[in-house]
Design a protein around this ligand. Structure first.
Ligand code: F0G
Length: 477
């Protein structure tokens, strides 16, 4: 465990600090989110970012080589909360920046101005592996044997994969428990959680119901929570930005465009740039554009309609509460074809406001049809991504149309997940078949010896806890 790292409340009027090994997902004083903070004076940070690039070609089985091979731990001096021997890795983050001139031209931009950071190349097929490497490192340091998350699919796929790969021996076995909204998850992602052996709870509700339940269950049953309220997850996700800079020979782009769901990436990216700037490793901070789906537009509405701002951490929480009350009264629920970002109550809302503040960022929303058009455009050019990821390119088009982004500004769109995550959306787009109309049929008894059926559970805390406890003796785990 590192002595330079600590957890710290993001509320400037509180700023309580906690040790790295305290298991908390909010400040116990004021309830705000926590950051991982560092005493940078005590950390041997290299003078220049180019130091990290030489680790890229590392191979071999030593602890150091394995850490160097990881696109997360290659940058370990910039997230120094664990010792080398603690680091969990499955080979995540070996993703690179792709220059996409043909698409740039279609958007009236100059060659060399548009790039995709293609996170679909991660082992589980999405950017989540960056954060899981960090969160699993902490889970192992704390010797936690059960981990849980609520998910629209990718977090659960990634968590299930890490748990399964890292359970190399019975003393290291970790049970992955995933909460997914019934009928709310693309089959590509569900298939991963089942195949990797996760205990999969199909909650009668949406992502927001899953998130509420998993937080309560984690506390009640002492299960380690792996959602992005876990501040260590975001430390891993900072490295996506380091790799973007690496792909640009350490030059800072003008814009980063990222889809916004639970707002973990947006929060992590802002923190990454703020720290690099503070450390003198970059001389300016790019602007970050966060793109919501129109059917899941909480951040966009709060920022653009209700002028909600970071205000040095003194956020007007009444504005947020009133907005959620309106949702409740009207029965509004997030709904979008981009199921990965179908989230009404993003847990990292306040950190995303901080990112918008420190990057001079902005938020936009995109309707489903436009998301699918841009997904098809990305696919036609050979990259392929799931619908949520395409919100980034659709956001760029909108910002070009608005005249906010110029022809020769350097823009990086984050492609968060692989196209094979949600083939239904792709087939639906290309054939006109409404795959969404196919609700999950009641499964018959599967024949396979390793069949891992999801368990249907009500939106009910006691029932969920009972079911989880009954899976402890499950031979799968
Ligand atoms: N893109 C994809 C492919 C995602 O899976 C997610 C989030 C996002 C974008 C949004 O990222 O939450 O950091 O704003 N998926 C989560 C999940 C919620 O459960 O897999 P965010």
């Amino acid at each position: 465990m590192s002595t330079e790292a600590f957890q710290q409340c993001i509320n400037p009027d509180c700023r309580s600090t906690y040790a790295v090994d305290e298991v908390l997902f909010a400040c116990s004083g004021c309830g705000s989110l926590l950051d991982v903070g560092y005493d940078w004076d005590k950390v041997p940070v290299p003078d220049s970012l180019s130091f990290f690039a030489k680790r890229w070609a590392s191979s071999g089985r030593s602890l150091e080589s394995r850490a160097d091979y990881s696109g997360v731990w290659r940058f370990r001096e910039l997230l120094p909360f664990a010792r080398l021997s603690d680091l969990a890795t499955i080979g995540e983050g070996r993703t690179t920046l792709q220059q996409v001139d043909a698409i740039a031209r279609r958007l009236g931009m100059k060659s060399g101005s548009l790039f995709f950071q293609y996170e679909g190349f991660n082992p589980s097929g999405s950017f989540k592996d960056n954060g899981m490497a960090a969160a699993f490192t902490v889970a192992r340091m704390l010797n936690r044997k059960r981990v849980a998350c609520a998910s629209t699919g990718n977090t659960s796929a990634s968590m299930a994969m890490f748990a399964s790969v890292l359970s190399e021996s019975s003393d290291k076995a970790v049970q992955a428990i995933v909460f997914v909204g019934s009928g709310k998850i693309a089959y590509g992602k569900l298939s991963q959680a089942l195949d990797y052996g996760a205990t999969t709870l199909q909650i009668a509700g949406d992502f927001d119901a899953c998130m509420r339940n998993v937080a309560d269950v984690a506390e009640k049953l002492k299960i380690y929570l792996m959602n992005s309220v876990n501040p260590f997850r975001l430390e891993g996700q900072k490295t996506i930005m380091y790799r973007v800079l690496e792909g640009l020979s350490w030059e800072v782009p003008d814009w980063i465009i990222v889809p916004g769901g639970n707002l973990g990436n947006s929060s992590a990216f802002g923190k990454a740039f703020a720290e690099l700037h503070q450390l003198g490793l970059i001389d300016r901070i790019p602007r970050i554009a966060i793109i919501n789906a129109a059917g899941a537009n909480t951040l966009c509405t709060l920022v653009n309609e209700y002028q909600l701002e970071w205000q040095e951490g003194r956020i007007e929480s009444a504005v947020i509460d009133e907005h959620y009350s309106r949702h409740k009264e009207s029965g509004w629920r997030a709904q979008t074809i981009a199921s990965a970002i179908e989230i009404g109550r993003p847990v990292n809302l306040t950190k995303a406001l901080r990112t918008l503040h420190c990057t001079n960022g902005l938020v936009r929303q995109i309707d489903d049809e436009t998301i699918l058009e841009h997904k098809a455009l990305i696919g036609r050019h050979g990259y392929g991504c799931e619908p949520a990821s395409a919100a980034s390119l659709a956001g760029l088009r909108l910002l070009r149309d608005e005249g906010v982004i110029g022809t020769d500004e350097r823009v990086v769109c984050i492609l968060t997940g692989h196209s094979l995550k949600d083939p239904d959306a792709t087939v639906g787009y290309h054939t006109g078949i409404d795959t969404k109309a196919v609700q999950w049929p009641k499964p018959s008894t599967p024949a396979g010896s390793l069949a891992n059926q999801p368990i249907s559970v009500g939106d009910d805390l006691d029932e969920i806890c009972r079911v989880i406890e009954s899976t402890r003796s499950d031979p799968r785990n």
